[in-house]
Design a protein around this ligand. Structure first.
Ligand SMILES: C[S@@+](CC[C@H](N)C(=O)[O-])C[C@H]1O[C@@H](n2cnc3c(N)ncnc32)[C@H](O)[C@@H]1O
Length: 262
């Protein structure tokens, strides 16, 4: 079993550029199939007209923006967050369109096609840049993950591949989910995606631990937190693709709604 890698390991050794290798489309990689799966579900969720509002907070954004491309059509303001300052810098670089920023254009193109807006890539990038108003520090292990800031409760909370990376065991996951859901308004939506059955993933030469998640556990912990599942999609790994950068068995995509009383 991989040794647990916590906040200090992320701060010292999570290289955003190496991580972004997972998001290079067009190379037939394992990442590509997963990315297509979540992008289709993000598109469906955020164009449904049900999941919308003023503010969306994305928890553990890392250096990535793919998870926000459809959301920026349904929210006036997006707040991106992460534990590490290097991820903040990488995101800021893309937001300011600075030289050396990661090229998201193949992913943006794919999302525009999904949304029926082929050829509108420049508008989409501009819209997302305008909608992401802040990039903030967050720690899912704190009861207020945004401490010392106190944010007004959001209409929607997104998080992809973060809690399983940040939590040492299922109990820590339980607490972290409760912590982040405190940032959500009653009646607000939680859009959660990530890996099932994954114990590690590589970022360049560095191995990061991952908490092994199963569908039953996710169902149980969400219900315990007072967040009711509206959609639970799973994509199982295509075994034909050989890749030893990560040992996940599937991907999940969940849309849930916070009950009025927890
Ligand atoms: C696997 S990456 C996911 C990044 C991005 N959301 C994605 O979908 O690719 C895990 C992220 O969790 C962040 N993270 C680790 N520990 C954290 C913590 N305690 N609180 C918030 N974020 C944390 C890391 O900095 C990293 O960016």
């Amino acid at each position: 079993m991989a040794e647990f890698t916590g906040g200090d390991d992320y701060q010292a050794e999570f290289d955003p550029k190496a991580y972004l290798e997972y998001y290079k489309l067009g190379e037939g990689t394992l990442g590509e199939e997963n990315l297509n799966f979540v992008l289709k579900h993000y598109c469906k969720t955020f164009t449904s007209g049900v999941v919308k509002g003023d503010t969306l907070i994305d928890i553990g954004s890392g250096p990535t923006i793919y998870q926000l491309l459809s959301a920026c059509e349904s929210f006036k303001e997006i707040i991106a967050t992460d534990y590490t300052y290097r991820n903040h810098l990488e995101l800021e670089k893309w937001l300011k369109n600075e030289p050396g920023a990661f090229d998201w254009s193949p992913v943006v193109k794919y999302v525009c096609e999904l949304e029926g807006n082929r050829g509108k890539e420049a508008e989409k990038e501009a819209k997302l840049r305008k909608t992401i108003k802040q990039v903030l520090k967050c720690d899912v292990h704190k009861s207020n993950p945004m401490d010392p800031l106190i944010l007004p409760p959001a209409d929607c909370l997104g998080s992809s591949l973060c809690l399983e990376a940040a939590c040492k065991d299922l109990n820590a996951y339980r607490v972290a989910l409760k912590n982040i859901s405190s940032l959500l308004k009653p009646g607000g939506h939680l859009v959660l995606s990530g890996d099932l059955g994954c114990s590690f993933y590589m970022v360049g030469p560095k191995r990061f631990s991952c908490l092994v998640l199963r569908e039953e556990f996710l169902r149980e912990v969400l219900s315990e937190t007072g967040v009711f599942i509206q959609e639970f999609e799973v994509l199982y790994r295509d075994d034909k693709i050989i890749d030893d950068s990560c040992d996940f068995s599937g991907m999940y995509f969940i849309v849930a709604c916070k009950g009025k009383a927890i």
